[in-house]
Design a protein around this ligand. Structure first.
Ligand code: SAM
Length: 313
């Protein structure tokens, strides 16, 4: 069972065209997705080795079109995949498809200086490093000690060597490194509503509206720090795996109020998405928020929110 408050808000937010699929996805087993880590492996032999182990990967066309070697498998193959030699060696990385959208949207160049402001366990950092051909430089920030060490070991296992890791509070980075980065990713700590499962009370146990507002306060400070760390002419991708407007459009709206930031159109290569909202309860939000995107969950994909933001040159 999902919390009534959550369901009530979800019904208000999710467009009718997406609703049946989205609601069903909270109850149905999800497929499992992974990427071949092209920093150290070629997709063809890796997929062949997995097929030999009884795994049946289906290529994800929109991702492959962007040179991301992404595949999905049936939910019953999760165990085999998780315990495969390929996962252990870092030749594959198990990652939700929606998580792959953020690096794909940020499109770092190979000589960029990139900041990943909330980085552990590192799935998006590893994809950014792959897109940069292990060139340029990534600074990956994670303040929570055990998660910091998990990030570090994931980067090492996956052959990432253009990244320095920092155990720091992301809220301080904009002040410590102002106007320093060409690209910033803020995959903000959030209420994780997209991980809710109807058959797992543990997935919703800590959720309530007070917690959503607490996350929003931290996100508002993080997004200002992320923006301050951007060079003029740079681009910031803000994302969460929450549906709550307080953690999404209202955080971006806070940035628009406090800084000279401009929203860029967020073009996604998928159909299960809709524009960001411009009205929530009794509050009107800036019209430009329609440039941001809400990703709705399906049997293959988790929910997500993405905004692409520019700092004037
Ligand atoms: N980007 C990661 C990935 O793709 O693997 C997932 C990031 S997760 C959504 C958010 C992370 O933000 C968590 O690891 C959390 O510990 C971290 N976090 C929490 N408070 C933070 C803060 N003040 N500054 C930076 N990161 C923070």
């Amino acid at each position: 069972m999902l919390p009534d408050d959550f369901l009530d808000r979800f019904h208000q937010l999710c467009p009718d065209a997406q609703k049946d699929t989205a609601l069903a996805s909270f109850a149905e087993p999800k497929s499992v997705s992974f990427r071949v880590n092209q920093l150290q492996a070629e997709p063809e032999p890796v997929v062949a080795a997995l097929v030999d182990q009884g795994v049946d990967p289906e290529p994800v066309v929109w991702a492959q079109d962007q040179d991301i070697a992404a595949f999905t498998c049936g939910p019953e193959q999760r165990e085999a995949l998780t315990h495969s030699a390929e996962a252990e060696s870092g030749d594959i990385y198990i990652q939700s498809l929606s998580s792959m959208l953020a690096p794909a949207l940020l499109t770092p160049a190979s000589d960029d200086w990139v900041l990943d402001l909330a980085a552990a366990p590192g799935g998006k950092t590893i994809l950014l490093a792959e897109m940069m051909g292990n060139q340029g430089q990534i600074s990956a920030v994670e303040p929570v000690r055990n998660r910091f060490f998990r990030l570090k070991s994931n980067l090492e296992r996956c052959g990432v060597d253009n990244t320095r890791v920092y155990m720091k509070d992301g809220r301080a980075v904009g002040r410590l490194k102002p106007e320093s980065f060409d690209r910033v990713l803020l995959d903000a700590p959030c209420s994780s509503e997209s991980r809710f499962r109807a058959d797992d009370p543990g997935s919703t146990f800590h959720w309530n509206l007070r917690k959503v507002k607490e996350c929003a306060r931290k996100q508002q400070r993080l997004i200002l720090s992320a923006f301050d760390a951007l060079k003029p002419g740079g681009t910031l991708c803000y994302c969460t795996c929450s549906y709550s407007p307080e953690e999404n459009e209202q955080v971006v709206s806070h940035l628009l109020k406090k800084r000279d930031a401009a929203l860029l159109p967020t073009e996604l290569p998928i159909d299960n998405c809709s524009p960001g909202i411009t009205q929530w309860q009794d509050k009107s939000l800036p019209e430009e928020l329609a440039h941001t995107r809400r990703v709705w969950p399906t049997a293959d994909m988790d929910g997500f929110y993405l905004a692409l933001i520019a700092k004037a040159a």
